[in-house]
Design a protein around this ligand. Sequence first.
Ligand code: FPP
Length: 249
Amino acid sequence: MTKFHAAFEKLPADLDRNRLPKHVAVIMDGNGRWAKSRGMPRFIGHQKGVDALKNLLRCCKDWGIPALTAYAFSTENWGRPTEEVEFLMTLFERVLRLELQEMMKENVKLRFVGNLVSLPKSLQEEIYKSMEATANNQGIEFTVATNYGGREEIIQATRAIAQLVREGDISPDDIDENLFENHLYTAGLSSPDLLIRSSGEMRLSNFLLWQIAYAEIYVTPVMWPDFDRLQFYKALLAYQQRDRRFGKL
Ligand code: FPP
């Protein structure tokens, strides 16, 4: 273990264990720029991005944060060059295949959210296999948004609810926040308390539009492959300095 890792193995003493976010969401931006600035092809940045995500998942477990959600691929990302899209799909599939055993050992409950039916068949198979295998794990809830779009999620929930009304199962008056949430891809998952975005961009990029209504947003200029335990510690320190009022005084 490196000296750096050892220093951050346990929750740093100046973080309050009782005021940690229960759910952290991350927009992992900057993989391409990280690689380019080192004269490397973009795909190396994505590979390093996977390492950073794995380290963050382990860190959440070590520090007692029960849920992590990561934005891996947006509905808009199909617009990237074909080779990059294909690389990412193959990368997701390979990571799932290689990491399933480790996730079982670490007691990770894995869930994919998004429009999964449009993903390559072989990736879908790995996704369903790993979700099924980890369904009863209780160590940490790890959610990966893949082919995910917040607006699309809201529309598909609205459609499902409209169908219930049409079939007479519910009346329009039955539609409330609770019912709506239960029709989102994230049904059953608590809303994120903290949203972290790397590489400095101040945008939500169609991520968890409903769910982050009251999340604290933390943007760091650090590129995603460089987002390590020190950076996460800084994000949590900033989070604990915020005054979360949820619209009250
Ligand atoms: C954004 O960087 C990153 C992505 C679009 C892909 C992120 C995916 C991973 C890190 C892999 C996750 C894998 C699993 C299986 C959960 P960018 O390409 O937009 O970077 P740029 O803004 O510098 O171009």
